[in-house]
Design a protein around this ligand. Structure first.
Ligand code: 13P
Ligand code: SF4
Length: 312
């Protein structure tokens, strides 16, 4: 962007931030933002976090309104956990292709084939699918959740890559759904080989939503929060990062003296980036788009989320 355009954008954002502060007070609202959101949203959030932390925050808040800046399933989870709150999203078109790769009909069919199995569903799924689920998990607690389940057989959905990673840390038989994240699955062995050659002193950190052969190459494998913690605490000064590029905001905030190279230019989730600051302000102005989950679905889905929140 040219200097003038940049200055105009900065001025616009200043005005938007002021308006947002005013609206937040008027509506008694909080802003929750996933680490993959644009910097301009993460900057104004009351809480930045991964799926797990944000679900906890939604369940615990005493605000009247939650503006959930992430993708649709996250807003739904917030509504399920806080049914008496108004949950707004900046743009209802921000969906998650991985969540759309499983539906309740298909899941019911698989359950019928494996009557002794318990269903563990990644939080990246619709409320309908959660309603068919015994217990949810996120990438930060997936191994713990699977091992906590009282069954020898697990139906795991929808992420095959995370499922494959988890299967290495459990004796349970895992029946794995064939879903994947379009963004993380794009990272290849070739990308990592090239980056390692370019930055030989850097450590490679990766999210388990990436392909197994890519995960195999990592110095550290973990959820978004795991990656943030590892990079912050490590003595290493340079990292090749195998997760969504929005994470750069928190990585740089935590460690301004360290260098972060994203492992591929494709590590950008277009769905997460549908949201922007202007839409956050508009959501609070108009109180739209609001998330609704039918009560019968929410009641069933809530059990699977609450079971997850109870796993220690
Ligand atoms: P986490 O927040 O669980 O690391 O999730 C990764 C992700 O892809 C969210 O959409
Ligand atoms: Fe879905 Fe992947 Fe985007 Fe997360 S990063 S919202 S899993 S498409």
């Amino acid at each position: 962007m040219e200097a003038l355009a940049l200055e105009r954008k900065a001025e616009q954002n200043r005005e938007l931030r002021e308006r947002l502060l005013q609206l937040k007070k008027e509506r008694n609202a909080i802003i929750l933002a996933h680490y993959y959101q644009r910097d301009e949203i993460q900057e104004v959030a009351d809480f930045r976090g991964d799926s797990f932390l944000l679900a906890q925050k939604a369940a615990a808040t005493d605000a009247d309104v939650i503006v959930f800046c992430g993708v649709h399933f996250m807003g739904e989870s917030a509504k399920i956990l806080a049914p008496n709150k108004t949950v707004l999203v900046p743009d209802e078109r921000a969906g998650c292709p991985m969540a759309d790769m499983v539906n309740p009909v298909g899941l019911r069919e698989l359950k019928a084939k494996h009557p002794n199995a318990k269903v563990v569903t990644y939080i990246n799924s619709s409320a309908d699918v959660k309603a068919e689920t015994d217990i949810c998990c996120t990438s930060s607690n997936a191994i713990k959740v699977v091992n906590s389940v009282d069954a020898d057989e697990i139906i795991w959905c929808p992420d095959k890559n995370l499922g494959h990673y988890v299967s290495k840390f459990t004796d349970k038989k895992m029946i794995i759904w064939e879903g994947y994240c379009n963004t993380h699955d794009m990272l290849t062995v070739k990308d990592v080989v090239e980056m390692r050659a370019k930055y030989p002193n850097a450590q490679f950190v990766v999210h388990p939503e990436c392909r197994p052969e890519v995960v195999e190459m990592a110095d550290y494998v973990g959820s978004t929060t795991g990656i943030l913690k590892y990079c912050k605490e490590s003595d290493c000064k340079e990292f090749i990062v195998g997760t969504e590029d929005g994470t750069g905001y928190q990585l740089r905030l935590d460690s301004p003296d360290k260098t972060f190279h994203f492992a591929s230019k494709f590590l950008v989730c277009p769905n997460m980036k549908v949201n922007n600051l202007k839409k956050v302000v508009r959501a609070l102005e108009t109180m739209q788009p609001e998330i609704y989950v039918p009560e019968d679905v929410a009641d069933k889905a809530r059990l699977s989320l609450e079971r997850m929140l109870q796993v220690k």
